[in-house]
Design a protein around this ligand. Structure first.
Ligand code: ATR
Length: 276
């Protein structure tokens, strides 16, 4: 039986094992998929032990995505661009790192939500790792402009490596004459702290919105707020999570599973018992 794992800290509530087992069922594959608690600084040691014991691939989550990037022998273009890795595998003894987060978001937005990104104006809140991972895929999808708004302006400015990207702090942005946006992406860690980014409501009114964070059984604070302000749609990050896992599964098993049934089952809490 082939052996896979998700590494991170905290890891107890990771949905990766149940998602990958659901995909394996569809692909008629028999796999094991463990959660391995791995604190920052312990990735190499944990991966080495995992490989010696038959591990074939792993995904990494907080706080290890940059550590994984630094550890790999080889990186895919997506990982190089994002400067972060979420999917690992060995080939000819060498450690490879990929990043499926950005493509996962695109898969969800375009295939499941039916959004058309070409020529659109996109607003991104936050300038951390989550934003870094989605900029390039959004540009490749043909968006017209990306505006990044962040509390710390210099972090947003550092991501303006393309004439189609501009940066603001919240105060200046809220008072700006920017035109309305088609899609607003909350890539801050606010929802994890039950906080809201200091954005004026007018920017989400009439826009599609996605919070990259999720709470399996309830809407995030940003979703609730966006709905109240008249957003066209207020989604969370669960769809992106399942999509990025599906792309990782394809990398390991050369089989792209269906994501919609798994997203639906997760929303209904169908896997809850299996995950405890
Ligand atoms: P990572 O790189 O792992 O994504 P991070 O660098 O801490 O983590 O990024 C979190 C993002 O959420 C940052 O853009 C952060 O803003 P700052 O760069 O100014 O710190 C943003 N963020 C976190 N809490 C916030 C809050 N209460 N209001 C607005 N933005 C917030």
């Amino acid at each position: 039986m082939s052996r896979f794992a998700v590494l991170g800290s905290p890891i107890a509530h990771s949905l990766s094992p149940v998602i990958h087992q659901a995909f394996a069922k569809e692909a008629k594959l028999s796999i094991t998929f463990e959660k391995i608690l791995t604190p920052a600084g312990a990735l190499k040691q944990t991966l080495d032990a995992f490989k010696v014991n038959g591990g074939q691939g792993a995904c990494v989550t907080l706080p290890l995505k940059v550590e994984a990037f630094e550890l790999c022998d080889h990186l895919t273009l997506a990982a190089k661009t994002a400067k972060a890795v979420n999917t690992l595998f060995w080939q000819a003894g060498k450690l490879w790192g990929d990043n499926t987060d950005g493509e996962g978001l695109l898969g969800y937005l375009q295939n499941d939500l039916g959004l058309v990104l070409e020529g659109r104006r996109i607003l991104i809140l936050g300038a951390g790792g989550a934003t870094r991972g989605i900029l390039d895929p959004l540009l490749k999808a043909g968006v017209q402009n990306i505006v990044i708004v962040n509390r710390t302006l210099t972090k947003a400015q550092a991501l303006c490596t393309n004439p189609h990207i501009t940066a603001y702090d919240y105060d200046t942005f809220n008072r700006s004459n920017e035109l309305p946006f088609y899609l607003v992406i909350n890539a801050t860690s606010c929802s994890l702290q039950d906080a809201l980014p200091p954005l004026e409501p007018e920017w989400v009114k009439g826009a599609y919105t996605v919070d990259l964070a999720y709470k399996q059984k309830q809407e995030t604070l940003f979703q609730q707020w966006a709905n109240k302000q008249g957003a066209l749609l207020a989604e969370d990050g669960l769809g992106m999570l399942v999509w990025q896992a599906a792309l990782g599964f394809k990398l390991w098993h050369h089989f792209l599973p269906h994501v919609k049934p798994v997203i639906q089952q997760l929303r209904q809490g169908a896997f809850q018992d299996a995950d405890q």
